[in-house]
Design a protein around this ligand. Sequence first.
Ligand SMILES: C[S@@+](CC[C@H](N)C(=O)[O-])C[C@H]1O[C@@H](n2cnc3c(N)ncnc32)[C@H](O)[C@@H]1O
Length: 415
Amino acid sequence: MSWTPDELVAFVGRVLYEVVGRGLTLDFAFQRVKRGWRRLDSFKVFYDVSFDAVKHYFLLRYLAAKLLGSSGAKAVARAWFIYRADAVLYNRDMVARYRKRLLKRARGSPEEALLSVEELRGDPVRYLSTKYSYHPSIVEALLSNLPREEVERILEAGNATWIWLRINTLRADVDKALKMLEGEAEVEPHPAIPFAVLLRSSRRPVQYLTAVREFVAVPQDLASIYAVLSLRPSPGDRVIDLAAAPGMKTSLIAQLAEGRAKIVAVEFSTKRVYRMKRLLKLLGAADQVEVVRADSRRLRTRRFDKALLDAPCTSSGAFTKEPATKIYPRLEEAARYSRLQRELLVNALTLADEVVYAVCSILPQEGEEVVAAVGGRAEKPHPDLAPSYRGGVGGRTFPHIHRSEAFFISRVTPS
Ligand SMILES: C[S@@+](CC[C@H](N)C(=O)[O-])C[C@H]1O[C@@H](n2cnc3c(N)ncnc32)[C@H](O)[C@@H]1O
């Protein structure tokens, strides 16, 4: 082993400080701390532990305060070691020895501290926020829209990480892709979506799988796949994707239309336009897509059969992928996003006969309320989706039902 547990705990304490103190995403925080660190053969363990510590931050902070008398980043990193090291590190002897050392300074037993979480039950927001490690505002938002038992199931399932792979049939057929994956990973096919598989285990990080490096399989969350399935792209369709970069959904539209749709992909950010052009080429979709840099709020162009509006949003539904959103959900930005989403959707309805509107958000302000405000006819676009918070105006995906991120998806037609 090329690192010591002291060093691991110090590293994770720094990452937590960057995420909690400076509001960085996990990857930014990790890279920042790594840059100032001595060289290691591999930082993989440090990354996995940082990810796990950020994911369980609120519970660990509570336990650190109870057990170690401090809720600072370093104490939280120590609490990670006491409670979570067994689940992530392989070297059992080292874990047991270091844990014992940490517990010498403890104010009680770790089991008692953990049990004391149950004493918070009378305050549902604090209890669920601590037990499952979510910012209280996420718990509050969910509790004001769903029954408590369901909220608890969402929060619990949201602590798992689901990696879905989309077989990119523009590059290879499903059988060939599955053969490529076979030697390196164990996958579970989706029961109803033939080109989607869940990565159960893998001998290497997902981005290093041969099928992924060759763009035969691409990591894409099931919620995103449902957004595109809701559009029902078919050969001959004229489709416009109004918030398109980096082009993951655009390329799935091209795939589902079997390479025979006319697709225009619009993106506001110049930098992201370049990124999208590169990615579409790698995915084998570039010659079917016309890429345009424009503001989709004001775009005037010919009419399309279908539009996809995968709108910019708080990303508050992305907690299964980005654990920092559990600490800083930025829900206070919902009002600004909601205005932008309405403007985008109003214009989208002038451009196409039907619009699929999708957002990675748990908030009705970015979902149900947006489609209700624009005056079109809004409906649930796919039978697999769970009911929306407000009846038939759309549907939702959830981690406890779909093993996916939390999205709102609706089909809106001009009235
Ligand atoms: C949720 S992301 C889209 C992800 C993309 N659909 C995919 O699946 O790869 C939203 C995108 O909308 C872009 N955007 C924001 N405001 C826009 C506007 N007014 N017009 C066009 N694009 C905009 C953002 O730059 C961002 O790339």
